[in-house]
Structures are given as structure tokens and as C-alpha cells.
Design a protein around this ligand. Structure first.
Ligand code: SAH
Length: 361
């Protein structure tokens, strides 16, 4: 059976797996063994589950695919360990990147995996590489979870944190994303405080999360502290302007008891004035949120630029001067971040050039 015709293993809950085992005429404890092999030992190949009888391994292999997204070597990532490219069934690529940042607590390096939720994106943020691709489709929850798999080594994941911050708007693929996070949290045992969902600000879904109990961390891609600035770069602001977004975020922060992060890309002459810093400080203080300043990464074909280092520092100092909890991402970190959302775009271009075709956004 071709891989794509098999059922995704991550769609199976423990009861369905147990029924599958019973159907094969095998004792119950075999279901527990399979479950533990995947979720505890992190063995993602049935053939390698040596504690199982060969016939069961073969039966599972015939019927189920553990990974629902095919990792490809990729020309772009061949010499880098921190990036993986996945080809999806039906065509299209998503990238997955490990971001490294110094860990203030341990003094070591903290690794964060950046996961994608959609193929393309429909939000149309004017500065973002994913926009150029348009929206193709939502990723299924097995496709989202599968992005973790190549990063498992010796029974553990080679990262400490997950950010749902790759391609796509997670709250526009609400059910699949929530299911995927639940699998990662409840089955793989990945702590909720180590998972961050990043949204461009779909306020009604943020309110829904606040009332349904959202155990994870929330980051909001604010990027503008006034409707005027936000309207210029983020079409979502017309549907959910700041007077809708900020109360929803406040509600969620209160309900979850976790500090929200406001992501703020610094774009030259668009959102980097002292007046912008003032407005941002007001919002951050009122939400008791942390502000993460990110120098804009240039995207080929888009007119935006990052401000000079002096201007970035001045913006940061203006926030600090108002006692806002704030970080300014260093050059290196932001360069790594460039891979977030951009790798798949480059691959698609390369592939279409290979086919003699033109890249059409
Ligand atoms: N849709 C979600 C998650 C995907 S975008 C969201 O908006 O949060 C992930 C992050 O990368 C967002 O904060 C996004 O605004 C930011 N980003 C997009 N393009 C960028 C660029 N060219 N330079 C720096 N950050 C960018």
C-alpha cells in the first residue's frame, strides 16, 4: 500500500489501537507495547519495534503510517542539522526549524522547534514570506505532530520548547492544531509550559481559548501598537482591531495565569518611532505582557527593511525606560528565524525552476 493510502497512526487513540490489536487476535498488552514504543521510546518505524511479534509489526506497517509528512533531505538543508523540510501528500512543502537561544536559567543553549500549521497562509500580512504563497490548505493534526519526529534522538526529543510559529495561522486551523497540541502534550508528555502558540490576533478564537481552558503559552504577533500602524501591515486588524484584540488577550492571560508575549517586528519607518514605543509600552503594561522585539528579516520581493541597530536599540531602551519586560533579539537569532516561513518558499521556487516553470505567487 502506498504511504499516503495508509491511515495516520496519530489519529488512533488508545482504545482504537486496542481494538485493532484484538482484531488481529493478539493479547491486550500488545497495544500498550505499541503505544509505549511510539510515545515513550519514540520509535517511529514499526519494523524497529523489536519487542513485538514480526507478524504484528508487518500488519501495522501495512495499515498505518507513523509519519504523515515525508522528511526530505532538501538541497537547502543538506549541511544544516537544525532544519528539516517535509513534503506533504498532494504536493507542497513545509519547513521545520530548531532555533537556538541562550538559556538564562541553565547558562546553556535552549533549543526550540518551530512548527507549521498550514500550507501557505490566508492572513496576508504584508511583510511575511508565507503571504506570497497564498493559502493552499490546512495541515491535519498528524501532519503537524509528524514535524517533531525527525528531531528525536535516543528516545528523546532534541529540543526543549515548541513554538507553533512556522507557516500558517494556527487559530485559522483551530481544531487540528488543538488536537495536535493535545497529542504532543498528553501522549508525548511534553509540558504545556514549554509549548507556545503564536497568532496574528484572531480575537474571537483567543476568547474561545480563554473560556475553554488553554494550558499553553500564547504569543501575539502585534507588530503595530495603533490601529493605524497595524492596518497598514496586517489585514486581520480590520476584522479584529486592537479594541477587540487586547481585551481578548487580557481575558486569556487571566484565565491561563501565564504571561503573554507580544511579538513586535521592527520595520524601518513603519512601526519604529518613539510614539510607537509609547503606545506599545501602554499595551504591554496593561496586559503585563513581555515584548519580544525582532528586527525584520528582509524578504525577497518585499519593500520593507529593518531599522538601523541604533534605532532598534533606542526603541528597546524606550520600552525599558517605561519598565516594560522586553527583549531585543540579537542579529544571529533573527537570522536563524529567517528560516521560519521562508525555507519552504525558496524550495518551491527552486522546484518550479527545476520544472522549467515560473514561480507564481
Ligand atoms: N500566524 C502566526 C504564526 C506564523 S508567523 C503569527 O502571526 O504569529 C511567525 C512569526 O514570524 C510571526 O510573529 C510573524 O509576524 C513573524 N514574521 C513573518 N515574517 C517575518 C519577517 N520577514 N521577519 C521577521 N519576522 C517575521
Amino acid at each position: 500500500m502506498p504511504e499516503s493510502a495508509k491511515k495516520p497512526f496519530f489519529d488512533l487513540d488508545f482504545d482504537s489501537l486496542s481494538s485493532e490489536i484484538a482484531e488481529a487476535g493478539l493479547p491486550k498488552f500488545r497495544a500498550k507495547q505499541v503505544w509505549e514504543a511510539v510515545y515513550e521510546k519514540k520509535i517511529f518505524d514499526f519494523a524497529k519495534m523489536s519487542s513485538l511479534p514480526a507478524a504484528l509489526r508487518e500488519r501495522l506497517k501495512q495499515r498505518y503510517a507513523i509519519s504523515a509528512a515525508e522528511p526530505v533531505g532538501g538541497k537547502i538543508s543538506a549541511d544544516e542539522t537544525g532544519k528539516r523540510l517535509f513534503e506533504l501528500s498532494g504536493g507542497g512543502f513545509v519547513e521545520c526549524v530548531i532555533l537556538e537561544a541562550p538559556d538564562d536559567e541553565s547558562g546553556g543553549i535552549r533549543k526550540t522547534l518551530c512548527v507549521s500549521t498550514q500550507l501557505g497562509c490566508a492572513q496576508g500580512c504584508k511583510f511575511c514570506a508565507s503571504t506570497a504563497r497564498g493559502f493552499k490548505r490546512n495541515l491535519s493534526s498528524p501532519e503537524i505532530v509528524s514535524q517533531l519526529l525527525p528531531f528525536a534522538e535516543g528516545g528523546r526529543f532534541a529540543f526543549e520548547n515548541i513554538v507553533v510559529m512556522g507557516m500558517g495561522e494556527p487559530l485559522a486551523n483551530f481544531d487540528n492544531v488543538m488536537k495536535a497540541l493535545h497529542i504532543i502534550n498528553a501522549r508525548f508528555g511534553f509540558g504545556a509550559q514549554r509549548i507556545t502558540l503564536s497568532t496574528c490576533g484572531i480575537a474571537d478564537k483567543i476568547s474561545e481559548l480563554a473560556s475553554s481552558g488553554f494550558p499553553y503559552r500564547l504569543a501575539v504577533s502585534l507588530h503595530g501598537a495603533t490601529n493605524e500602524a497595524r492596518d497598514k501591515i496586517m489585514p486581520v486588524n480590520r476584522r479584529f482591531p486592537l479594541e477587540k484584540l487586547i481585551p481578548a488577550v487580557r481575558e486569556l492571560a487571566k484565565a491561563s495565569g501565564r504571561m503573554v508575549t507580544l511579538e513586535y517586528i521592527l520595520i524601518d519607518k513603519i512601526n519604529d518611532s518613539f510614539k510607537d514605543a509609547d503606545e506599545l509600552a501602554k499595551i504591554a503594561l496593561s496586559l503585563r505582557a513581555h515584548v519580544n522585539l525582532i528586527p525584520y528579516n528582509t524578504v525577497e520581493g518585499l519593500p520593507w527593511r529593518r531599522p538601523s541597530p541604533q534605532r532598534r536599540k533606542a526603541f528597546f531602551n524606550a520600552l525599558k525606560g517605561k519598565n516594560v519586560s522586553c527583549t531585543l533579539r540579537r542579529e544571529k537569532g533573527s537570522d536563524i528565524e529567517a528560516a521560519c516561513g521562508q525555507l519552504a518558499l525558496v524550495t518551491e521556487r527552486a522546484k518550479s525552476a527545476e520544472n522549467g516553470g515560473e514561480f507564481r505567487p
